[in-house]
Design a protein around this ligand. Structure first.
Ligand code: NAD
Ligand code: UDP
Length: 325
């Protein structure tokens, strides 16, 4: 949706706006004519991700702040609140386990209150991790999941499940206008080269001629979505009127070994594979059913893995890995 000069520009708040997904969303919203405020505590995000946004002058404002602290929240009115703040990579949310639980519980509640107060539409960035290590394959939104509530991933999985429950309760109790998206593995430029996720690890290792670290036997699967497809899906969801969870992901499924081979071929790297222990509770398989998104949003991913990886590899080649995060 584009807003012309004659209409009042919509006002958006993006939590986690300096992160990988958040910064791409900020750029998209500015291009659509929104006035955007991004709030981020820079725990896993980077100010450099907002270089383009900062060129937009008064249409963009950055707040370095923590959404778990009400005093840090902006005192402005918003039409749309996009809640993306949360560590998302397994090593990040292990290192920041309590912070992850806080941002997805208290942080979510503060933004829900702001949305109610400002009569804004609220979008929660949830995750395919709410399905845990799924016993049903592929995963539809109606599947309730298979999550270890006391395991090493629980700080993320359970706090995202809580954030979904809280959001739906605000809808039931107060009539909040809400959206919930369950995002499947997404990759692209601006991922931190050292964020520990499989795509960033493999590309960095291939470019540095280091061995690619395959966890377990590499036969576990994931479905990888390119960032531009996700951003289209987030916007389509927000501008729809659908309030139940929607899967956003690319249903093309690959084993981790297949991903490693693809990255070796695209980088021309001669790196070997080295096998490392599988992290605890690592899901064996993951693939979204996207019929709901197709029907409700007329959305489907368009960027195949090879093309998305080429663009990501190019971005990683141009990024100096010695730069601090
Ligand atoms: P990211 O780590 O790059 O971005 C998250 C941002 O949130 C960071 O900039 C971080 O500094 C910020 N943040 C964390 N805690 C905060 C707090 N208390 N206050 C303010 N800012 C805070 O991760 P991402 O990949 O961009 O993920 C964005 C969102 O999408 C997350 O909510 C994540 O759970 C969800 N998601 C992402 C993926 C994926 O594959 N990238 C998959 C599923 C869900
Ligand atoms: N993985 C891997 N090598 C790495 C990083 C991850 O084999 O260097 C595996 C990981 O065990 C998991 C898959 O790749 O099975 C996806 O991991 P990622 O951390 O990217 O996302 P998530 O586990 O959240 O899907």
């Amino acid at each position: 949706m584009e807003w012309g000069d004659k209409q009042k520009a919509p006002r958006s708040l993006v939590s986690g706006g300096a992160g990988f997904v958040g910064s791409h969303l900020v750029d998209k919203l500015l291009a659509q004519g929104h006035i955007v405020t991004a709030i981020d505590n820079l725990s896993t995000g980077r100010k450099e991700n907002l270089t383009e946004a900062k060129k937009r002058g008064p249409a963009f404002r950055f707040i370095e702040g923590d959404i778990t602290c009400p005093a840090d929240l902006p005192r402005e009115s918003f039409d749309f609140i996009w809640h993306l703040a949360s560590p998302a990579s397994p090593p990040d949310y292990r290192d920041l386990s309590l912070e992850t639980m806080a941002v997805n519980s208290e942080g979510t509640r503060h933004l829900l209150n702001l949305a109610l107060q400002e009569k804004a539409t609220f979008l929660l960035a949830s995750t395919s991790e709410v399905y845990g290590d799924p016993l049903v394959h592929p995963q539809e939104e109606t599947y309730w999941g298979h999550v270890n509530p006391i395991g090493e991933r629980a700080c993320y999985d359970e706090s995202k499940r809580f954030a979904e429950a809280l959001t739906m309760e605000y809808r039931r109790r107060f009539g909040l206008d809400c959206r919930i998206v369950r995002i499947f593995n997404t990759y692209g430029p601006r991922m931190r080269y050292n964020d520990g996720r499989v795509v960033s690890n493999f590309i960095t290792q291939a470019l540095q001629k280091d061995p690619l670290t395959v966890y377990g036997d590499g036969k576990q699967s994931r479905s990888f979505q390119y960032i531009d497809d996700l951003i289209e899906g987030l916007c389509s969801t927000m501008y729809s009127s659908y309030c139940k969870p929607i899967n956003l992901g690319n249903p093309e499924e690959y084993t981790i070994l297949e991903l490693a081979r693809e990255i070796l071929s695209l980088t021309g790297s001669k790196s070997k594979l080295v096998f490392k222990p599988l992290p605890a509770d690592d899901p064996k398989q993951r693939k979204p059913v996207i019929d709901r998104a197709k029907k409700v949003l007329q959305w489907k991913p368009t960027v195949p893995l090879q093309l998305g990886l080429q663009r990501t590899i190019e971005a990683f080649r141009n990024y100096n890995p010695l730069q601090p995060k």
